[in-house]
Design a protein around this ligand. Structure first.
Ligand SMILES: [Zn+2]
Length: 280
């Protein structure tokens, strides 16, 4: 069933769990994700990232996402991940995404607030929820070389100000994770997470979950983070058992799905995800 994350996040927050947000890039990824969600009877957020629009256009993503979400026997959120420009995000709202992210985290605080407000004003009357990012979750490739890391930790003051002025539905904060592969395990600033969660009433979400360490992620799920994005680990798991001489197209697709399914199944356990009744 296609739902927004509104009720799911309330339930997750009250019951100390997080819901995985997994990026889909084709039908095969969607099939694998939904299969695990149905097997575990857990909710899931299927995300399409604007960065993947060259792999799949947003119209195709909306059509496929809605198809698989509506057929699913568990609550599924169809989410736009890292919407970079206003028009693209509005198009996602018009095409039936139930949740959108406007990512203006690299802009000034004022510009980030202005863009987020514009999207909130556009999406909310249509029943679509909005995620924004404050601080910046950068790329993990240079993790050990801190000087080159582009991540910027979210400050408590900015998060408070940002929420007060945007009233956004959920907020992505930067507390030590990064996108992509890491060299080593990151240090998560749990103190900062705690401080932010005390002053921001909106549900908090975490990007760059892949390879951030199971203990770290579990602690986040138990500490007010309601959504954790996972992508790189799923893609790595997909190809892990592929053999160089694999020849049959269908066998390859199935192997990719099996790898993905094992990884998502694992993260459901790590995130303490629980079964919820389908909200109306
Ligand atoms: Zn992200």
């Amino acid at each position: 069933m296609l739902v927004t994350s509104k009720k799911l996040f309330e339930i997750a927050l009250a019951n100390n769990f997080a819901i995985p947000a997994t990026n889909f890039v084709d039908q095969n990824t969607l099939r694998a994700y939904i299969a695990v969600a149905e097997k575990r009877q857990f909710p899931l957020i299927i995300s399409f990232a604007q960065a993947h629009h060259e792999v799949m256009c947003i119209e195709e993503a909306a059509l496929l996402g809605k198809f698989y979400a509506e057929r699913a026997k568990v609550p599924i959120v169809l989410h736009l991940d890292h919407g970079q420009d206003i028009d693209f995000v509005k198009r996602a709202v018009d095409l039936g995404f139930s949740s959108v992210m406007i990512d203006a985290s690299q802009d000034t605080l004022e510009d980030n607030i202005a863009k987020t407000k514009e999207i909130v004003n556009y999406a909310r009357p249509k029943g679509v929820v909005v995620e924004a990012e404050i601080g910046h979750v950068g790329s993990g490739d240079n993790y050990e070389n801190l000087e080159q890391s582009e991540s910027m930790l979210t400050t408590v003051e900015d998060a408070k100000e940002f929420y007060k002025r945007t009233l956004v539905d959920s907020l992505a904060i930067s507390i030590g994770t990064a996108h992509g592969n890491y060299i080593g395990t990151p240090k998560i600033n749990f103190e900062r997470l705690h401080e932010i969660s005390k002053v921001v009433p909106a549900p908090l979400v975490l990007h760059g979950g892949s390879s951030s360490g199971d203990d770290n992620l579990r602690r986040c799920a138990l500490s007010n983070i309601v959504k954790i994005n996972i992508f790189t680990d799923l893609m790595n798991a997909a190809v892990k058992d592929l053999k160089a001489n694999e020849q049959n197209y269908f066998d390859i697709q199935e192997k990719l799905r099996t790898g993905i399914e094992g990884c998502l199944d694992h993260y459901y356990s790590v995130f303490n995800t629980q079964k919820v009744l389908i909200p109306n």
